[in-house]
Design a protein around this ligand. Structure first.
Ligand SMILES: O=C(O)CCC(=O)C(=O)O
Ligand SMILES: [Fe+2]
Length: 307
């Protein structure tokens, strides 16, 4: 079988995380990258998402999944979330599929292959008191119980320098290594549907249970750089008091081994993900989280490609 081999230039190789960076990620659960996108690529992303917000689509989802985030102008000046932008817009996808992003993720996750899992376009309007701008503490694996992998990770990609005044993403250092306490399955509900104080409390309880201090680290991200976080790293973000919109994409990534699994919830139902009503089936009849239309491969190690 011939596959297209994503390759890196020598300049790109120099942008990969070092062994020390990979150790840091394993210990702390987050990594601030080097400049993985050129200014031209970031500007192209801004322009493509401007057109997306104006309604431009290359295709639309054939059905609307139950928990789809899909801001449209009728929702007004709240924080915007739009899922599946890599599916609906080729200009956005072209940049998100950059092999270098996958290669960085592969190093961090110690994986041979990286596929897109989801992409969410995010816009925090510059309204300092806007409650929807606050992202309560959560970790992404809570929404991914139907995924078998414990190594999934997210790249948070702002379209501009992004600091604390914009409400940048903030990591709870080392929290991916905590064991959970008191977790019931309400945590699988998205943070937008949940009480903020309850999530703050859950974070404090989990820290205490693990004898850990809560150390919150805002990711100060220069344009073209991105932060990566492990799927069990607690994170959230605050108000945008900058006077400018905070624009970004959360690029959720899966390692090659990830697959759908049955995960029973306490009410007897099975955990589900929006993909389950969209992607093709495996020969066993399960949702295929490797369906290239929704979950394209963006990186495969050379050894794996030639094997
Ligand atoms: O928008 C933010 O600050 C947080 C985004 C997020 O939850 C994520 O990237 O997983
Ligand atoms: Fe998240």
């Amino acid at each position: 079988m011939t596959t297209t081999h994503p390759t890196l230039t020598a300049e790109e190789e120099a942008l990969l995380p070092s062994d020390e960076d990979v150790r840091h990620y394993a210990e702390h659960g987050w990594y601030l990258s080097k400049k993985l996108l050129t200014d031209d690529e970031v500007d192209a992303l801004t322009a493509a998402t401007d057109r997306y917000y104006e309604g431009e689509r290359d295709r639309t989802l054939p059905v609307r999944p139950p928990k789809l985030a899909y801001w449209d102008p009728s929702k007004g000046p709240v924080q915007r979330h739009n899922d599946y932008v890599h599916v609906e817009h080729d200009g956005i996808a072209a940049i998100l599929r950059k092999p270098l992003i996958g290669a960085v993720a592969a190093r961090l996750a110690r994986a041979d292959e990286i596929r897109i899992f989801q992409s969410t376009l995010i816009y925090k309007p510059p309204i300092s008191g806007e409650p929807s701008n606050i992202v309560p503490w959560h970790f992404d694996k809570h929404y991914w119980s139907s995924s078998s992998s414990e190594r999934m990770l997210t790249a948070f990609i702002p379209f501009h320098d992004c600091g604390e005044e914009m409400g940048t993403i903030t990591m709870v250092d080392g929290s991916h290594r905590w064991s959970e306490t008191g977790a019931d399955d309400t945590v699988v509900r998205h943070f937008a549907e949940r009480d903020r104080d309850q999530l703050e409390e859950m974070l404090a309880e989990n820290a205490a249970h693990n004898g850990a201090q809560i150390r919150k680290i805002p990711m100060v991200i220069p344009k073209g750089h991105m932060s990566f976080h492990h799927c069990r790293t607690y994170h959230g973000s605050g108000a945008n008091v900058s006077g400018r919109p905070r624009r970004a994409i959360s690029l959720h990534l899966q390692d090659g081994d990830n697959a759908y699994r049955e995960f029973p919830l306490s009410d007897g139902s099975l955990a589900a993900y929006n993909h389950d009503v969209l992607v093709r089936r495996t020969p066993e009849g399960r949702p295929d989280y490797a369906d290239p239309d929704y979950c394209p491969v963006i990186w495969r190690d050379r050894a794996q490609q030639e094997g």
